[in-house]
Design a protein. Structure first.
Length: 129
């Protein structure tokens, strides 16, 4: 079961406060006393109002980052235009890395195919004998 960190901190604080309160009044039920406060906090932060507030803050953050996103988008469009006009030029290191990755993949593919062929031959041999 997952518990939100702020609820764990709240519970820990309430246990400490309950210990102090019980030393003052042994009959005090901290959970009954704190129930209205906890309920209000949960409704405010975890209920619909809290979710709407979180969504509004997220939207505000997105809108604030919009100019930067637009700038990056414009740069990307310019780069894509240059690539389509001039072609994509890869660095020699990139070409070598792609070749090595393909060779590695081809080796493992060949090993896997040989193992499958050997397994099939062994199964046929077992069936015939």
């Amino acid at each position: 079961m997952r518990t939100r960190p702020e609820l764990l901190l709240l519970q820990k604080t309430m246990v400490v406060v309950e210990g102090v309160a019980r030393s003052l009044d042994p009959k005090l039920d901290m959970w009954m006393v704190s129930e209205p406060v906890v309920r209000e906090w949960m409704e405010r932060h975890l209920g619909p109002a809290g979710r709407i507030e979180d969504a509004a803050q997220g939207a505000a953050g997105f809108l604030a980052s919009m100019p930067g996103l637009m700038t990056r988008g414009a740069v990307l469009v310019e780069q894509l235009d240059a690539i389509t006009r001039d072609g994509l030029i890869l660095a020699p290191e990139t070409v070598a890395a792609i070749g090595q990755a393909e060779a590695r993949r081809s080796r493992w593919m060949a090993v896997a195919l040989w193992l499958i062929a050997a397994l099939l031959a062994w199964m046929v041999w077992l069936l015939l004998h």
